[in-house]
Design a protein around this ligand. Structure first.
Ligand code: CS2
Length: 487
Protein backbone atom coordinates (compact mmCIF):
# COMPACT_ATOMS: atom_id res chain seq x y z
CA UNK A 1 0.00 0.00 0.00
CA UNK A 2 1.44 3.36 -1.03
CA UNK A 3 1.93 6.23 1.39
CA UNK A 4 -0.62 8.97 1.50
CA UNK A 5 0.08 12.53 0.43
CA UNK A 6 0.34 14.76 3.55
CA UNK A 7 2.61 17.37 5.17
CA UNK A 8 5.04 14.69 6.36
CA UNK A 9 5.40 12.90 3.02
CA UNK A 10 5.35 15.83 0.63
CA UNK A 11 9.12 16.26 0.60
CA UNK A 12 9.49 12.69 -0.66
CA UNK A 13 7.67 13.43 -3.89
CA UNK A 14 9.70 13.25 -7.09
CA UNK A 15 11.05 16.15 -9.14
CA UNK A 16 8.20 15.77 -11.60
CA UNK A 17 5.84 17.28 -9.01
CA UNK A 18 5.71 20.98 -8.20
CA UNK A 19 5.42 21.60 -4.43
CA UNK A 20 3.91 24.56 -2.57
CA UNK A 21 7.33 25.62 -1.33
CA UNK A 22 6.03 27.78 1.52
CA UNK A 23 5.60 27.04 5.20
CA UNK A 24 1.92 26.17 5.60
CA UNK A 25 2.15 26.34 9.40
CA UNK A 26 2.73 30.11 9.13
CA UNK A 27 -0.43 30.82 7.15
CA UNK A 28 -3.51 32.60 8.42
CA UNK A 29 -7.04 32.25 7.07
CA UNK A 30 -7.99 35.40 5.13
CA UNK A 31 -10.46 33.84 2.69
CA UNK A 32 -13.50 31.69 3.37
CA UNK A 33 -14.66 29.78 0.33
CA UNK A 34 -18.18 28.36 0.03
CA UNK A 35 -18.47 25.30 -2.24
CA UNK A 36 -14.99 23.76 -2.68
CA UNK A 37 -15.87 21.60 -5.69
CA UNK A 38 -13.44 20.79 -8.49
CA UNK A 39 -13.66 24.26 -10.02
CA UNK A 40 -12.62 26.11 -6.87
CA UNK A 41 -9.77 23.73 -6.19
CA UNK A 42 -8.51 24.01 -9.77
CA UNK A 43 -8.96 27.75 -10.11
CA UNK A 44 -9.20 30.21 -7.17
CA UNK A 45 -7.25 27.92 -4.83
CA UNK A 46 -4.47 27.76 -7.44
CA UNK A 47 -4.29 31.54 -7.90
CA UNK A 48 -4.15 31.77 -4.10
CA UNK A 49 -1.44 29.09 -3.94
CA UNK A 50 0.56 31.30 -6.32
CA UNK A 51 0.04 34.23 -3.93
CA UNK A 52 1.23 32.23 -0.97
CA UNK A 53 4.36 31.33 -2.91
CA UNK A 54 4.95 35.08 -3.12
CA UNK A 55 4.79 35.16 0.66
CA UNK A 56 1.37 36.76 1.17
CA UNK A 57 0.87 34.64 4.30
CA UNK A 58 -2.46 36.04 5.42
CA UNK A 59 -4.50 34.69 2.50
CA UNK A 60 -4.95 31.06 3.47
CA UNK A 61 -8.32 29.53 2.60
CA UNK A 62 -10.90 27.95 4.86
CA UNK A 63 -13.08 25.84 2.54
CA UNK A 64 -16.69 25.27 3.58
CA UNK A 65 -18.73 22.47 2.01
CA UNK A 66 -22.44 23.15 2.25
CA UNK A 67 -23.87 19.86 1.02
CA UNK A 68 -21.42 16.98 1.10
CA UNK A 69 -18.74 15.89 3.54
CA UNK A 70 -16.81 14.11 0.76
CA UNK A 71 -14.15 16.78 0.37
CA UNK A 72 -13.48 17.03 4.11
CA UNK A 73 -13.44 13.25 4.51
CA UNK A 74 -11.02 12.78 1.65
CA UNK A 75 -8.52 15.55 2.36
CA UNK A 76 -8.48 15.61 6.15
CA UNK A 77 -5.94 12.80 6.42
CA UNK A 78 -3.76 14.51 3.82
CA UNK A 79 -3.63 17.81 5.74
CA UNK A 80 -5.92 19.39 3.12
CA UNK A 81 -3.23 19.01 0.46
CA UNK A 82 -4.24 17.80 -2.97
CA UNK A 83 -2.84 17.43 -6.47
CA UNK A 84 -3.71 19.58 -9.44
CA UNK A 85 -3.22 17.58 -12.64
CA UNK A 86 -2.83 19.85 -15.64
CA UNK A 87 -4.07 17.83 -18.60
CA UNK A 88 -2.82 19.47 -21.74
CA UNK A 89 -0.09 19.29 -24.37
CA UNK A 90 2.37 19.71 -21.53
CA UNK A 91 0.91 17.73 -18.59
CA UNK A 92 1.97 18.67 -15.05
CA UNK A 93 1.37 17.62 -11.46
CA UNK A 94 1.33 20.24 -8.78
CA UNK A 95 0.50 20.07 -5.08
CA UNK A 96 -1.82 22.82 -3.87
CA UNK A 97 -1.43 23.96 -0.26
CA UNK A 98 -3.65 27.04 -0.05
CA UNK A 99 -6.60 25.34 1.67
CA UNK A 100 -5.62 25.18 5.32
CA UNK A 101 -8.94 24.41 6.95
CA UNK A 102 -12.06 22.56 5.82
CA UNK A 103 -15.49 22.71 7.42
CA UNK A 104 -18.58 20.69 6.60
CA UNK A 105 -21.33 23.20 7.34
CA UNK A 106 -24.21 20.84 8.28
CA UNK A 107 -22.00 19.29 10.99
CA UNK A 108 -21.06 22.63 12.57
CA UNK A 109 -22.96 25.69 11.33
CA UNK A 110 -21.74 27.72 14.31
CA UNK A 111 -18.09 27.03 13.36
CA UNK A 112 -18.79 28.38 9.87
CA UNK A 113 -20.49 31.53 11.17
CA UNK A 114 -17.70 32.03 13.62
CA UNK A 115 -15.09 31.74 10.82
CA UNK A 116 -17.07 34.20 8.72
CA UNK A 117 -16.96 36.72 11.52
CA UNK A 118 -13.21 36.55 12.23
CA UNK A 119 -11.51 39.91 11.75
CA UNK A 120 -8.73 38.32 9.67
CA UNK A 121 -11.28 37.04 7.14
CA UNK A 122 -11.54 39.75 4.48
CA UNK A 123 -12.97 37.90 1.51
CA UNK A 124 -15.61 35.22 0.90
CA UNK A 125 -15.44 33.51 -2.47
CA UNK A 126 -18.20 31.28 -3.80
CA UNK A 127 -18.59 28.46 -6.35
CA UNK A 128 -21.98 27.12 -5.40
CA UNK A 129 -23.32 26.60 -8.97
CA UNK A 130 -26.30 28.41 -10.44
CA UNK A 131 -28.84 26.64 -8.24
CA UNK A 132 -26.98 27.52 -5.03
CA UNK A 133 -28.15 31.14 -5.32
CA UNK A 134 -31.85 30.14 -4.90
CA UNK A 135 -32.97 32.71 -7.46
CA UNK A 136 -36.16 33.30 -9.40
CA UNK A 137 -35.92 33.77 -13.19
CA UNK A 138 -35.77 37.54 -12.57
CA UNK A 139 -32.59 36.93 -10.53
CA UNK A 140 -34.17 37.91 -7.20
CA UNK A 141 -34.12 35.60 -4.19
CA UNK A 142 -36.82 32.92 -4.26
CA UNK A 143 -38.56 33.25 -0.90
CA UNK A 144 -40.64 30.15 -1.75
CA UNK A 145 -37.49 27.99 -1.93
CA UNK A 146 -37.76 25.53 0.97
CA UNK A 147 -34.14 26.04 2.07
CA UNK A 148 -34.53 29.83 2.04
CA UNK A 149 -37.69 29.43 4.13
CA UNK A 150 -35.79 27.18 6.53
CA UNK A 151 -32.95 29.69 6.83
CA UNK A 152 -35.32 32.55 7.62
CA UNK A 153 -36.79 30.44 10.41
CA UNK A 154 -33.35 29.28 11.62
CA UNK A 155 -30.94 32.13 10.84
CA UNK A 156 -28.28 30.76 13.22
CA UNK A 157 -28.19 27.30 11.66
CA UNK A 158 -28.75 28.01 7.98
CA UNK A 159 -28.46 25.66 5.01
CA UNK A 160 -27.93 27.99 2.07
CA UNK A 161 -24.92 30.10 1.13
CA UNK A 162 -27.14 33.18 1.29
CA UNK A 163 -28.20 32.27 4.84
CA UNK A 164 -24.56 31.81 5.89
CA UNK A 165 -23.43 35.08 4.33
CA UNK A 166 -26.23 36.92 6.06
CA UNK A 167 -25.43 35.26 9.41
CA UNK A 168 -21.71 36.02 9.10
CA UNK A 169 -22.37 39.63 8.15
CA UNK A 170 -24.89 39.98 11.01
CA UNK A 171 -22.26 38.90 13.50
CA UNK A 172 -19.70 41.31 12.03
CA UNK A 173 -22.25 44.14 12.06
CA UNK A 174 -23.02 43.51 15.73
CA UNK A 175 -19.34 43.29 16.58
CA UNK A 176 -18.50 46.47 14.69
CA UNK A 177 -16.22 44.73 12.24
CA UNK A 178 -15.86 45.70 8.60
CA UNK A 179 -17.76 43.38 6.27
CA UNK A 180 -15.95 40.94 3.98
CA UNK A 181 -15.84 41.33 0.21
CA UNK A 182 -18.08 38.89 -1.65
CA UNK A 183 -16.59 37.24 -4.73
CA UNK A 184 -19.01 35.13 -6.72
CA UNK A 185 -17.16 32.83 -9.13
CA UNK A 186 -20.18 31.22 -10.75
CA UNK A 187 -21.35 31.39 -14.34
CA UNK A 188 -24.15 33.89 -13.81
CA UNK A 189 -24.56 37.17 -15.62
CA UNK A 190 -23.82 40.03 -13.19
CA UNK A 191 -22.87 37.41 -10.60
CA UNK A 192 -21.64 39.85 -7.92
CA UNK A 193 -24.62 42.15 -8.26
CA UNK A 194 -27.12 39.31 -8.12
CA UNK A 195 -25.40 37.74 -5.11
CA UNK A 196 -25.35 40.94 -3.10
CA UNK A 197 -29.00 41.62 -3.88
CA UNK A 198 -29.93 38.13 -2.68
CA UNK A 199 -28.04 38.66 0.60
CA UNK A 200 -29.68 42.07 1.09
CA UNK A 201 -33.17 40.68 0.31
CA UNK A 202 -32.66 37.82 2.74
CA UNK A 203 -31.21 40.04 5.47
CA UNK A 204 -33.98 42.60 5.21
CA UNK A 205 -36.40 39.90 6.39
CA UNK A 206 -34.29 39.56 9.53
CA UNK A 207 -33.14 43.07 10.33
CA UNK A 208 -33.70 46.12 8.15
CA UNK A 209 -30.68 47.95 9.59
CA UNK A 210 -28.43 45.02 8.82
CA UNK A 211 -29.74 44.99 5.24
CA UNK A 212 -28.96 48.71 4.81
CA UNK A 213 -25.50 48.23 6.31
CA UNK A 214 -24.83 45.44 3.80
CA UNK A 215 -26.25 47.53 0.98
CA UNK A 216 -23.91 50.45 1.71
CA UNK A 217 -20.79 48.64 2.84
CA UNK A 218 -20.37 45.30 1.13
CA UNK A 219 -18.34 45.09 -2.08
CA UNK A 220 -19.42 42.35 -4.45
CA UNK A 221 -17.66 42.77 -7.78
CA UNK A 222 -18.70 41.07 -11.00
CA UNK A 223 -16.18 38.40 -12.00
CA UNK A 224 -15.55 36.18 -14.97
CA UNK A 225 -13.93 32.81 -14.34
CA UNK A 226 -12.74 30.34 -16.91
CA UNK A 227 -10.93 27.01 -16.92
CA UNK A 228 -12.26 23.68 -18.14
CA UNK A 229 -12.36 21.40 -15.10
CA UNK A 230 -13.92 17.96 -15.35
CA UNK A 231 -15.01 16.46 -12.04
CA UNK A 232 -12.77 14.13 -10.09
CA UNK A 233 -13.29 10.44 -10.87
CA UNK A 234 -11.60 7.10 -10.22
CA UNK A 235 -9.58 7.31 -13.43
CA UNK A 236 -8.04 10.60 -12.28
CA UNK A 237 -7.36 9.28 -8.76
CA UNK A 238 -5.58 6.25 -10.24
CA UNK A 239 -3.50 8.20 -12.71
CA UNK A 240 -2.44 10.80 -10.13
CA UNK A 241 -1.47 7.97 -7.79
CA UNK A 242 0.71 6.51 -10.52
CA UNK A 243 2.29 9.88 -11.25
CA UNK A 244 2.97 10.77 -7.60
CA UNK A 245 3.83 7.34 -6.28
CA UNK A 246 1.60 8.40 -3.33
CA UNK A 247 -2.11 8.14 -2.67
CA UNK A 248 -4.13 11.31 -3.15
CA UNK A 249 -7.78 10.59 -2.41
CA UNK A 250 -9.16 13.76 -3.98
CA UNK A 251 -7.02 15.29 -6.73
CA UNK A 252 -8.38 17.67 -9.32
CA UNK A 253 -7.76 18.12 -13.05
CA UNK A 254 -8.05 20.94 -15.53
CA UNK A 255 -6.72 22.28 -18.80
CA UNK A 256 -3.70 24.62 -18.75
CA UNK A 257 -5.74 27.71 -19.68
CA UNK A 258 -7.19 29.72 -16.84
CA UNK A 259 -8.65 33.20 -16.61
CA UNK A 260 -10.06 35.36 -13.80
CA UNK A 261 -11.32 38.86 -14.43
CA UNK A 262 -12.65 41.24 -11.79
CA UNK A 263 -14.63 44.39 -11.88
CA UNK A 264 -12.50 46.95 -10.08
CA UNK A 265 -14.56 48.94 -7.61
CA UNK A 266 -12.96 52.00 -5.94
CA UNK A 267 -12.20 51.30 -2.28
CA UNK A 268 -12.47 47.52 -2.56
CA UNK A 269 -9.55 45.55 -1.13
CA UNK A 270 -8.86 42.08 -2.51
CA UNK A 271 -5.94 39.68 -2.17
CA UNK A 272 -3.40 40.78 -4.80
CA UNK A 273 -4.51 38.09 -7.23
CA UNK A 274 -3.59 40.51 -10.02
CA UNK A 275 0.05 39.84 -9.21
CA UNK A 276 -0.48 36.18 -10.14
CA UNK A 277 -2.41 36.52 -13.38
CA UNK A 278 -5.91 37.72 -12.49
CA UNK A 279 -7.10 40.87 -14.26
CA UNK A 280 -8.62 43.70 -12.24
CA UNK A 281 -10.62 46.46 -13.84
CA UNK A 282 -11.52 45.16 -17.30
CA UNK A 283 -14.95 45.53 -18.81
CA UNK A 284 -16.05 42.41 -17.01
CA UNK A 285 -19.72 42.58 -17.95
CA UNK A 286 -18.91 42.24 -21.63
CA UNK A 287 -16.28 39.58 -20.96
CA UNK A 288 -18.76 37.62 -18.88
CA UNK A 289 -21.39 37.86 -21.58
CA UNK A 290 -18.95 36.69 -24.31
CA UNK A 291 -17.74 33.81 -22.16
CA UNK A 292 -21.22 32.66 -21.12
CA UNK A 293 -22.67 32.88 -24.61
CA UNK A 294 -19.72 31.45 -26.52
CA UNK A 295 -17.99 28.95 -24.25
CA UNK A 296 -20.86 27.91 -22.01
CA UNK A 297 -23.53 28.30 -24.72
CA UNK A 298 -21.54 26.03 -27.02
CA UNK A 299 -20.74 23.62 -24.20
CA UNK A 300 -24.41 23.09 -23.37
CA UNK A 301 -25.40 22.83 -27.05
CA UNK A 302 -22.65 20.26 -27.70
CA UNK A 303 -23.71 18.36 -24.59
CA UNK A 304 -27.33 18.09 -25.77
CA UNK A 305 -26.70 17.21 -29.42
CA UNK A 306 -23.69 15.06 -28.51
CA UNK A 307 -25.46 12.97 -25.88
CA UNK A 308 -28.50 12.24 -28.04
CA UNK A 309 -26.13 11.24 -30.86
CA UNK A 310 -24.35 8.74 -28.60
CA UNK A 311 -21.11 10.60 -27.73
CA UNK A 312 -19.54 10.77 -24.28
CA UNK A 313 -17.04 13.62 -24.19
CA UNK A 314 -16.73 17.07 -25.73
CA UNK A 315 -13.63 16.19 -27.76
CA UNK A 316 -15.26 12.99 -29.09
CA UNK A 317 -18.43 14.81 -30.11
CA UNK A 318 -16.41 17.45 -31.98
CA UNK A 319 -14.59 14.78 -33.95
CA UNK A 320 -17.90 14.17 -35.66
CA UNK A 321 -18.04 16.48 -38.66
CA UNK A 322 -21.79 17.02 -38.49
CA UNK A 323 -21.49 18.19 -34.90
CA UNK A 324 -18.43 20.36 -35.48
CA UNK A 325 -20.06 21.99 -38.55
CA UNK A 326 -23.20 22.62 -36.50
CA UNK A 327 -21.11 24.25 -33.76
CA UNK A 328 -19.24 26.45 -36.23
CA UNK A 329 -22.44 27.58 -37.92
CA UNK A 330 -24.14 28.24 -34.60
CA UNK A 331 -21.17 30.32 -33.53
CA UNK A 332 -20.77 32.30 -36.77
CA UNK A 333 -24.41 32.99 -37.54
CA UNK A 334 -26.21 33.01 -34.22
CA UNK A 335 -23.87 33.62 -31.30
CA UNK A 336 -21.18 36.03 -32.49
CA UNK A 337 -23.59 38.41 -34.27
CA UNK A 338 -25.52 38.95 -31.03
CA UNK A 339 -22.45 39.97 -28.97
CA UNK A 340 -20.90 43.26 -28.01
CA UNK A 341 -17.24 42.47 -27.43
CA UNK A 342 -15.23 44.30 -24.78
CA UNK A 343 -12.57 46.63 -26.07
CA UNK A 344 -9.46 44.76 -27.10
CA UNK A 345 -11.15 41.36 -27.46
CA UNK A 346 -11.19 39.91 -30.95
CA UNK A 347 -14.20 37.61 -30.80
CA UNK A 348 -13.11 35.52 -33.77
CA UNK A 349 -9.73 34.76 -32.21
CA UNK A 350 -11.36 34.21 -28.82
CA UNK A 351 -13.86 31.68 -30.18
CA UNK A 352 -11.31 29.85 -32.30
CA UNK A 353 -9.19 29.41 -29.16
CA UNK A 354 -12.23 28.08 -27.29
CA UNK A 355 -12.97 25.49 -29.98
CA UNK A 356 -9.34 24.46 -29.83
CA UNK A 357 -9.61 24.05 -26.05
CA UNK A 358 -12.70 21.87 -26.52
CA UNK A 359 -10.63 19.52 -28.69
CA UNK A 360 -8.14 18.81 -25.89
CA UNK A 361 -8.07 15.01 -25.77
CA UNK A 362 -5.95 14.92 -22.60
CA UNK A 363 -9.06 15.66 -20.56
CA UNK A 364 -12.19 13.58 -20.73
CA UNK A 365 -14.81 16.22 -20.27
CA UNK A 366 -18.01 14.26 -20.02
CA UNK A 367 -21.02 15.74 -21.78
CA UNK A 368 -23.19 14.33 -19.01
CA UNK A 369 -21.41 16.60 -16.49
CA UNK A 370 -22.10 19.68 -18.60
CA UNK A 371 -25.75 18.63 -18.87
CA UNK A 372 -26.21 18.74 -15.07
CA UNK A 373 -28.62 21.42 -13.90
CA UNK A 374 -29.45 22.42 -17.45
CA UNK A 375 -32.74 24.03 -16.45
CA UNK A 376 -30.63 26.63 -14.63
CA UNK A 377 -27.98 26.95 -17.34
CA UNK A 378 -30.15 27.19 -20.47
CA UNK A 379 -31.62 30.66 -19.74
CA UNK A 380 -28.20 32.30 -19.28
CA UNK A 381 -26.31 30.39 -21.93
CA UNK A 382 -28.85 30.00 -24.75
CA UNK A 383 -32.16 31.78 -24.23
CA UNK A 384 -30.64 35.25 -23.71
CA UNK A 385 -28.91 34.92 -27.08
CA UNK A 386 -32.10 33.61 -28.68
CA UNK A 387 -34.09 36.56 -27.41
CA UNK A 388 -31.48 39.00 -28.72
CA UNK A 389 -31.51 37.25 -32.08
CA UNK A 390 -35.29 37.42 -32.42
CA UNK A 391 -35.08 41.12 -31.60
CA UNK A 392 -32.27 41.72 -34.07
CA UNK A 393 -33.90 39.46 -36.68
CA UNK A 394 -30.81 37.25 -36.74
CA UNK A 395 -31.05 33.51 -37.49
CA UNK A 396 -32.25 31.40 -34.53
CA UNK A 397 -32.56 27.83 -35.83
CA UNK A 398 -29.35 26.41 -34.36
CA UNK A 399 -30.18 27.65 -30.87
CA UNK A 400 -33.73 26.26 -31.17
CA UNK A 401 -32.18 22.97 -32.24
CA UNK A 402 -30.10 22.98 -29.03
CA UNK A 403 -33.24 23.54 -26.95
CA UNK A 404 -35.09 20.72 -28.72
CA UNK A 405 -32.07 18.45 -28.19
CA UNK A 406 -32.27 19.11 -24.46
CA UNK A 407 -35.94 18.05 -24.47
CA UNK A 408 -35.12 14.89 -26.46
CA UNK A 409 -32.27 14.16 -24.05
CA UNK A 410 -34.56 14.45 -21.03
CA UNK A 411 -37.02 12.09 -22.68
CA UNK A 412 -34.27 9.60 -23.50
CA UNK A 413 -32.84 9.71 -19.98
CA UNK A 414 -36.20 9.25 -18.31
CA UNK A 415 -37.32 6.46 -20.60
CA UNK A 416 -34.06 4.61 -20.07
CA UNK A 417 -33.93 5.29 -16.31
CA UNK A 418 -30.72 7.32 -16.41
CA UNK A 419 -30.62 9.58 -13.32
CA UNK A 420 -31.04 13.28 -14.06
CA UNK A 421 -29.18 15.89 -12.02
CA UNK A 422 -31.39 18.95 -12.07
CA UNK A 423 -33.24 20.98 -9.41
CA UNK A 424 -36.51 20.49 -11.37
CA UNK A 425 -36.07 16.77 -12.01
CA UNK A 426 -39.56 16.00 -10.66
CA UNK A 427 -41.23 18.44 -13.05
CA UNK A 428 -39.20 17.01 -15.93
CA UNK A 429 -40.24 13.46 -15.07
CA UNK A 430 -43.82 14.56 -14.84
CA UNK A 431 -43.73 16.02 -18.34
CA UNK A 432 -42.40 12.84 -19.89
CA UNK A 433 -44.48 10.38 -17.87
CA UNK A 434 -47.81 12.20 -18.07
CA UNK A 435 -47.72 13.87 -21.48
CA UNK A 436 -47.54 11.19 -24.13
CA UNK A 437 -47.85 13.29 -27.29
CA UNK A 438 -44.78 14.91 -28.83
CA UNK A 439 -46.18 18.39 -29.45
CA UNK A 440 -47.83 18.43 -26.05
CA UNK A 441 -44.54 17.41 -24.49
CA UNK A 442 -42.81 20.37 -26.07
CA UNK A 443 -45.61 22.65 -24.85
CA UNK A 444 -45.25 21.22 -21.36
CA UNK A 445 -41.50 21.93 -21.44
CA UNK A 446 -42.13 25.45 -22.68
CA UNK A 447 -44.59 25.99 -19.84
CA UNK A 448 -41.72 25.65 -17.32
CA UNK A 449 -41.70 29.24 -16.12
CA UNK A 450 -38.40 28.77 -14.28
CA UNK A 451 -36.75 28.12 -17.66
CA UNK A 452 -38.60 29.84 -20.50
CA UNK A 453 -39.54 33.54 -20.39
CA UNK A 454 -43.11 34.29 -21.43
CA UNK A 455 -42.28 36.50 -24.42
CA UNK A 456 -40.20 33.72 -25.93
CA UNK A 457 -42.90 31.11 -25.42
CA UNK A 458 -45.44 33.48 -26.99
CA UNK A 459 -43.25 33.77 -30.06
CA UNK A 460 -44.92 31.38 -32.52
CA UNK A 461 -41.83 31.07 -34.68
CA UNK A 462 -39.79 29.88 -31.67
CA UNK A 463 -42.42 27.36 -30.65
CA UNK A 464 -42.87 26.01 -34.19
CA UNK A 465 -39.12 25.62 -34.71
CA UNK A 466 -38.59 23.86 -31.37
CA UNK A 467 -41.43 21.42 -32.14
CA UNK A 468 -40.11 20.76 -35.63
CA UNK A 469 -36.60 19.98 -34.40
CA UNK A 470 -37.92 17.93 -31.48
CA UNK A 471 -39.76 15.65 -33.92
CA UNK A 472 -36.85 15.45 -36.35
CA UNK A 473 -34.20 14.85 -33.68
CA UNK A 474 -36.22 12.03 -32.18
CA UNK A 475 -36.19 10.34 -35.56
CA UNK A 476 -32.50 10.87 -36.27
CA UNK A 477 -30.24 13.44 -34.56
CA UNK A 478 -27.36 13.35 -37.01
CA UNK A 479 -29.45 13.76 -40.13
CA UNK A 480 -31.23 16.67 -38.44
CA UNK A 481 -27.84 18.31 -37.96
CA UNK A 482 -26.95 17.57 -41.56
CA UNK A 483 -30.08 19.32 -42.76
CA UNK A 484 -29.39 22.33 -40.51
CA UNK A 485 -25.77 22.52 -41.73
CA UNK A 486 -26.91 22.56 -45.37
CA UNK A 487 -29.51 25.33 -45.09
C1 CS2 B 1 -19.30 23.85 -18.23
C2 CS2 B 1 -18.47 24.81 -17.38
O1 CS2 B 1 -20.07 22.15 -16.79
C3 CS2 B 1 -20.39 23.15 -17.44
O2 CS2 B 1 -21.54 23.55 -17.46
O3 CS2 B 1 -19.85 24.57 -19.31
O4 CS2 B 1 -18.15 24.27 -16.16
C4 CS2 B 1 -17.20 25.23 -18.12
O5 CS2 B 1 -16.33 24.15 -18.31
C5 CS2 B 1 -16.49 26.33 -17.39
O6 CS2 B 1 -17.37 27.42 -17.23
C6 CS2 B 1 -15.26 26.76 -18.14
O7 CS2 B 1 -14.75 27.90 -17.59
Amino acid sequence: MKNQLCNDTISNLGDNVQLPGYDRSKLEVGIVHLGPGAFHRAHQAVYTDDLLRLNYKNWGICAVSLNSSRFRDNVKRQDNLYTLAIRDIDPKLRIIGSIIDVLFAPASPEAVISRLSESNVKVVTLTITEKGYCLLPNNRLDFENSDVKFDLEHPDTPKTAIGYLSAGLRKRYRENLDPFVLVSCDNLMDNGVVLKQAVVDFSSEIDQDLASWISYNVFSPRTMVDSITPTTNQALIKSVENGLGFVDKWPVQRENFSQWIFEDVPGMVLPPWDSVGAIFGADVKKYESCKLKILNGLHSSIAFVGLISGFETVAEALENKLISDYVQKLLDFEIIPSLTAPEGLDVQTYSTAILQRFKNTQIHHFLSQIAWDSSKKIPVRILDTLQDNYRLENPCDGLCLAISSWMVLIELMISSDVPIVDPIVDELKDIILTTPQNREQVDAFLALEQVFPKDLVDNSSFRRTVIRYFLELKEDPLSTLKKYNCT
